[in-house]
Ligand binder design. Structure first.
Ligand code: ADP
Ligand code: MG
Length: 572
């Protein structure tokens, strides 16, 4: 490697030249206690910023081996460091005070995490060194290089920010971050061991600031969560203490209650409990089975050869529901497909909210059964499958319902939200069910068969992307493959735009590598995740060995959801 002083001289030499001359600075440079890698130089001031990495070596205080051993701890450590760098950048460079140059001139940026603690590429920690992945806007006035500013930015400001962040953080705060991850892991293990699907700790703050913010609600009267006594459990934690809250056992659980009493807020917290959250989030001890899938109606989505017969058969004009394909699913067919696809990915828990469900998919009451005979109704409503899903297939359901008591017959547990406080009303609901017969007929039809693996065809991807592999993420909820858009706006458990970028990279791998070897959807995804677990998230990037891009690991379920929503998907 060259010395940073060489970089400084190069930058001074190109001062005032046209922007293209920046290309010369690509390369690696050693400074005092760090190495700077300039991996990608932007083509002009308005293009996406340049990609650099700063490796700090040696660390002023090496990390402890025990922080890096377990996967959840390593993720928490790297997450913490990325937040620290983000904080250091904000302190050094308040948003309004960049260098005043053109485009992204003077920008320093790291893909700092949000409320979730996810495996991400922003920071890679080892015992003795840390690698930080950043983006910078190379300084320019118009299209002219500002060489002196660039020298200051790359040779001093950026290394200082990173070095300070790596030596200046509080070990106490870091240890608390790691202890939180340990507790979250202990709760996850407890849920598995004790056959529960979700846990909500007493004192948890569930509501969010607003519909577009993921931060805890702090204005006005917030009601902290308090478990109903009959569902309360204390879970032992690694530090010898316990944590107390509501455990939701496997089976069928209803969340009922009046409008605006906090039903959806509770379910949303449970949906997000598949991820760990940072201390202070309010939901850091809301933990859900990692495989739990939110299921909603999603009319207009495409569906490719999904067996939806457990829910829908005998469509008009004899349309096939064994291998149901449509360019434009209805509310009920989309919800059925979403369930079958979640089952294909081996979910152990379905999360459903009546607010985002098709009514005719959830229930058909006695009067409607009388008027419209079974032979005229293609839908077997979810109410007639929900027990069988658990009893025969081990798949639990948590469902929010304000409008239909017909579900009481199928429930193991009924939780009522009453002014944001949960009450266990199971006994009352079962007594009511005995007293007031719903008069419904069970519409079981044939037994429920679990979905079989589907085999995507590799040219599904070429059909959109062409040979040039044009694929890119657009924010949180869209991926563009060539000119074909994959709409993920109804994939509600996708949490971070960096997950969407990772999905884009993973789609390329699945279609270019796995599916062309004839692997099935779940098999291919399992294999890819094994590789990520073994080698790190960088393996999914086309820029391995360099700045891999700003990526965070999605769940397998969201990756599968993206495959399933490709307009060009074809399966064998
Ligand atoms: P429901 O689904 O029962 O109609 P929501 O869950 O949508 O009700 O909640 C209604 C409103 O109450 C939302 O604005 C939400 O932010 C707020 N809210 C939910 N839980 C709490 C709570 N524990 N404390 C204060 N406000 C809450
Ligand atoms: Mg609601």
């Amino acid at each position: 490697n060259l010395k940073v002083e060489r970089l400084e001289r190069k930058l001074q030499a190109i001062d005032g030249k046209g922007y293209k001359a920046y290309k010369e600075i690509q390369g690696s440079y050693d400074g005092k206690g760090f190495t700077l890698h300039i991996d990608y130089v932007q083509g002009d001031p308005f293009a996406s910023p340049s990609r650099i990495r700063v490796v700090v070596n040696p660390l002023s205080k090496p990390f402890k081996a025990e922080w890096l051993e377990a996967a959840w701890r390593r993720t928490a450590l790297e997450d913490f460091l990325a937040r620290e760098v983000g904080q250091a950048i904000r302190t050094k460079q308040p948003a309004a005070k960049r260098d005043g140059g053109t485009g992204s001139s003077g920008l320093i940026w790291i893909d700092a995490p949000g409320q979730e603690v996810l495996m991400r590429t922003a920071v890679v920690a080892r015992l003795e060194q840390v690698e930080v992945r950043l983006s910078v806007g190379l300084p320019a006035a118009g299209r002219r290089i500002l060489g002196k500013q660039a020298a200051g930015l790359l040779c001093r400001v950026v290394p200082d920010i990173v070095l300070q962040a790596m030596s200046g953080f509080s070990w106490e705060v870091l240890q608390e971050h790691l202890r939180t991850a340990d507790r979250q892991q202990a709760i996850r293990e407890y849920l598995k061991r004790e056959r529960c699907v979700a846990f909500v700790a007493n004192g948890a703050i569930l509501p969010r600031e607003s519909g577009v913010s993921n931060r805890p609600l702090s204005r006005g009267n917030v009601v902290p969560f308090q478990a109903p006594p009959s569902m309360e459990r204390s879970i032992p934690l690694p530090d010898g203490t316990t944590i107390t809250g509501m455990a939701v056992p496997e089976g069928v659980t209803l969340i009922v209650g009046g409008g605006y009493h906090g039903k959806s807020t509770l379910l949303q917290a449970i949906e997000r409990g598949v991820y760990n959250h940072l201390p202070g989030d309010g939901r850091e001890y809301v933990i859900t089975d990692e495989s739990a899938c939110k299921i909603r109606a999603e009319d207009g989505r495409r569906v490719e050869k999904v067996d939806i017969t457990p829910f829908i058969s005998n469509l008009p004009f004899g349309k096939d529901t064994n291998r149901f394909t449509t360019e434009d699913a209805s509310g009920s067919t989309s919800q059925a497909a979403n369930i079958m696809e979640a089952l294909e990915m081996k979910t152990r828990c379905l999360l459903i909210d009546e607010d985002t469900s098709a009514t005719n998919f959830l229930v058909r009451d006695a009067r409607m059964q009388r008027l419209v005979g079974k032979e005229k109704e293609p839908i077997t409503p979810f109410i007639d499958r929900v027990r069988e899903l658990y009893d025969r297939h081990g798949v639990s359901t948590i469902i929010v319902l304000g409008g239909s008591g017909d579900y009481f017959d199928a429930a193991d547990r009924v939780i009522m939200m009453d002014e944001y406080s949960p009450r266990d009303v199971t006994e009352e609901a079962l007594a009511i069910a005995r007293e007031l017969d719903s008069r419904r007929q069970m519409e079981r039809g044939e037994g429920f068969t679990a979905p079989t693996e589907r085999y995507p065809l590799p040219d599904s991807f070429d059909a959109a992307a062409g040979k040039k592999e044009k694929i890119s993420a657009k924010g949180l909820s869209a991926i563009l493959i060539g000119r074909s858009q994959v709409d993920l706006s109804n994939v509600e458990q996708l949490a971070d735009p960096s997950q969407t970028r990772a999905i884009a990279d993973m789609l390329r791998i699945l279609f270019r590598r796995s599916f062309s070897k004839g692997e099935g959807l779940r098999e291919a995804i399992d294999r890819l995740y094994e590789q990520v677990a073994g080698e790190g998230l960088d393996v999914i990037s086309p820029f391995r060995g360099q700045h891999p891009g700003d990526l965070a690991l999605p769940r397998k379920h969201e990756l599968a959801a993206a495959v399933n929503r490709m307009r060009t998907l074809r399966v064998k």
